[in-house]
Write a protein that binds this ligand. Structure first.
Ligand SMILES: Cc1ncc(COP(=O)(O)O)c(C=O)c1O
Length: 380
């Protein structure tokens, strides 16, 4: 066991949702947290703040925008304008507040199921309706249905909550797809909110493309909400950024409460700045660990779960499996939890049509991945 990945007994001492939601005999493979140690630079920064009792309200923190601009340059060859980057509590609050500022109750918001379960709650919270254009699966991955998206825009949908990269199957949308969305959004007067929280975890053989980098049409129509929380394992610190790159969009989201900055925390803000500024080595290690785990899972699924459709992630640490052929009843995840003591995310949470699917978090040990696949294989 390395310093990077601690033993299961030690992980069970953690206080986060992953380790507290279920009884101690359950192997948690559900919520999107990684079992890795955080970057030493961030650990030292947090210790330093605590040791100096430097725990007041978050003030001006230009280090975040500067850090994100430099990160985007190094990783994606994109240089956003730092002046249009602002802090928010987390990606959930940032997105909800943008929606609250630009939509009216009853408005329809486009999403692409299967998608991160909280999207449904965010839309409910602001009184918006779901307009679903599901992703289309092929043997390789799940892709955006560009024709379906255009039909929805023609039908009057004015808001689009894009998940890029896409949770749950780790699809990294391609440049031409994002360009097409931007052109459509421009033509039909649609605002695109691009949730890019998983972006830094894209594998090195793939290319993540920030929505706001693709064209003027994207900058005129888009706002990005992102954070270091997912990719640097800092979810409990609560900090994110909202990014626009045009006067039009800055004005459009001008109604987002200014207080959203102060509703973040000093530790989260400075940890995010540190993550974007000086933790590339750690990130490379985490991405490589995830990719190796992805390869292990891919091999185990092909060897031990014949007939179970599964799509190879292009980034991140989530896998999406269709367990229909196992005949596990209405909710396979519930059955696996009860009988095998392993918690997976039920597909139904990610869209009404996906009751037979499960989402697995593979940012863990090889043993945990093997135990999960063996448990599922025992139903064959
Ligand atoms: C696509 C996506 N957006 C947002 C979040 C949550 O972000 P936050 O904790 O910053 O609200 C997650 C968490 O898994 C996610 O997968």
């Amino acid at each position: 066991m390395s310093d990077f990945l601690r033993p299961l007994a030690e992980l069970r001492e953690r206080h986060s949702s992953k380790w507290r939601r279920y009884p101690a005999d359950v192997l948690p493979m559900h919520v999107a947290e990684m079992d890795y140690e955080i970057a030493p630079q961030i650990k030292n920064l947090l210790i330093d703040f605590v040791q100096r009792s430097d725990l007041g309200y978050i003030g001006p923190i230009p280090e975040v925008a500067e850090g994100f601009v430099a990160f985007a340059q190094r990783h994606w060859g994109w240089t956003p304008d730092a002046k249009q980057i602002r802090i928010a509590t987390d990606v959930s609050v940032g997105t909800v507040e943008i929606l609250r500022a630009i939509t009216q109750p009853g408005d329809r918001v486009l999403i692409n199921t299967p998608v991160y379960a909280a999207f449904f709650g965010w839309l409910r919270e602001v009184g918006c309706e779901v307009a679903d254009v599901p992703l289309i699966p092929d043997l390789e991955t799940w892709r955006l249905d560009l024709q379906g998206i255009e039909r929805a825009f023609q039908d009057g949908v004015k808001y689009y909550l894009l998940c890029s990269p896409h949770n749950p199957m780790g699809r990294v949308h391609e440049q031409h797809e994002l360009e097409a969305i931007a052109n459509l959004a421009h033509r039909y007067g649609v605002v695109v909110i691009s949730d890019e929280i998983h972006a830094p975890l894209t594998y090195r053989d793939q290319k993540f493309v920030p929505y706001l980098s693709v064209s003027d049409a994207a900058r005129e129509t888009g706002v990005v909400v992102t954070a270091a929380s997912k990719s640097f394992n800092l979810a409990g610190l609560k900090a994110s950024i909202i990014v626009t790159q045009s006067a039009t969009m800055a004005e459009r989201i001008g109604g987002v409460v200014p207080d959203i900055h102060w509703r973040s925390g000093i530790l989260g803000g400075f940890a995010m700045a540190e993550a974007f500024t000086s933790c590339d080595d750690w990130l490379a290690q985490a991405v490589e660990a995830n990719r190796a785990n992805r390869d292990l899972l891919t091999r185990l699924v092909s060897e031990r779960l014949p007939g179970v459709p599964y799509w190879v992630a292009q980034g991140g640490y989530l896998a999406w499996l269709d367990l229909s052929s196992l005949n596990l009843g209405d909710n396979p995840a519930t059955r696996i939890l009860e009988e095998k003591r392993i918690s997976l995310v039920p597909g139904i949470d990610l869209g009404a049509d996906y009751g037979q699917y499960v989402r697995i978090n593979f940012a863990c040990s090889a043993e945990a991945i093997e135990q999960t696949v063996s448990a599922i294989a025992s139903y064959l």
